[in-house]
Ligand binder design. Structure first.
Ligand code: TRP
Ligand code: SF4
Length: 330
């Protein structure tokens, strides 16, 4: 018996990670490393489902994503950190699961229905894009994960995974546990322009941003839109800069700023400088680790290779069981 419960999660390497990813996922993953047996992987094949026309971009982000993970505190000594495409067993399990997954389950997947209408600059009417959740199910059940830490948007995918696992067990005998989504509680991080932080809105602060860049970006942040002049009292409760103070400044400072803003005793420029200073301080350990790994590209590649080897050993065992259950010879 495994002593710790196993969790697994993944990210598509579609760009550098920002504070939204840090608070929405990575900090949570880092905290799970001791209580759980953790598998975290870079889903490069999943990125292909939408970016198949430009695969080079995906490859370029793989090592960078691992550097972001390591900077945030993921530790290859504690967790199995791997790359999907280095464990080709995922493709074999995906094939078997494709055989048993009814197409209507995929067609009514809310993520699929949304993206097929929303994304109009790419042709997503492909078999691979429809089958996205089947590949995701393979990722998850390959390691017999008990839990999948994800944001709310991924819950339908974990639900389809449970249905596929159940169907496999029903048809071929009990091989897979049904994984549960573990919903990440997230501090809402908005972008510089108060929209959701996202690389496609150019409103993000990246883990790779230097202190200088952070200070410049903070200076551009939209504040209380009603506050026109320094002498106008502001409303911190509608101000995104204040939201950042709540995360990065100590409670006493945050309270003082709340008061000073309401009474026009502090200007937005100064208020932002204080926040930027605290944000930069909070990022210092991350920046230090980033510099360390950035200087050692061979080490990063080695971490990806050896983590993937560890994952592959587990995947091979699962596939032996799967082939035996389906009565297909390897
Ligand atoms: N679909 C996930 C996302 O876009 C990425 C992903 C792929 C994943 N396979 C997974 C997440 C398995 C959790 C478990 O964020
Ligand atoms: Fe926002 Fe600070 Fe300006 Fe108040 S003083 S509106 S909290 S930036």
């Amino acid at each position: 018996m495994r002593s710790k419960k196993r969790i697994l999660s993944g990210m598509r390497p579609t760009g550098p990670l920002h504070l939204g990813n840090l608070h929405g996922a990575l900090i949570n993953w880092v905290e799970m490393q001791d209580p759980y047996d953790c598998f975290f992987f870079i889903a490069d094949w999943h990125a292909l489902t939408s970016d198949y026309e430009n695969p080079g971009a995906i490859t370029g982000y793989v090592d960078e994503m691992m550097i972001d993970w390591l900077s945030a505190g993921l530790d290859p000594e504690k967790s199995t950190l791997f790359l999907q495409s280095l464990v080709p067993e995922h493709a074999e399990l995906f094939l078997f699961l494709s055989m048993i997954t009814p197409v209507p389950w995929l067609e009514r997947n809310p993520t699929y229905k949304d993206q097929i209408v929303q994304i109009d600059n790419k042709d997503l009417s492909t078999f691979g894009f429809l089958g996205y959740p089947v590949l995701q199910a393979a990722d998850i059940i390959m390691y017999k994960a008990n839990g999948v830490p994800v944001g709310i948007d991924q819950v339908p995918h974990v639900e389809i995974t449970r249905e596929i696992a159940r169907r496999f067990n029903f048809l071929y005998g009990d091989v897979f546990p049904e994984p549960e989504a573990i919903l990440t509680q997230t501090a809402k991080i908005l972008g510089l322009d108060r929209r959701k932080m996202s690389k496609s809105y150019s409103n993000a602060i990246y883990l790779s941003d230097t202190p200088d860049v952070i200070a410049k970006k903070v200076a551009q942040m939209i504040t209380d839109p009603q506050r026109m002049r320094r002498t106008d009292p502001g409303n911190p409760d509608v101000c995104n800069v204040f939201e950042f103070h709540k995360i990065y400044s100590d409670p006493a400072t945050t309270q003082t700023i709340h008061h000073q803003c309401r009474h026009a005793q502090i200007g937005c420029v100064e208020c932002k400088q204080i926040m930027a200073g605290n944000l930069i301080k909070a990022m210092a350990p991350l920046h230090e680790r980033r510099a360390h790994f950035k200087a050692k590209p061979a080490l990063v590649k080695e971490i990806i290779a050896s983590g993937s080897q560890k994952a592959r050993a587990v995947a091979r065992q699962t596939m032996d069981q799967v082939r035996a259950a389906i009565k297909i010879k390897a």
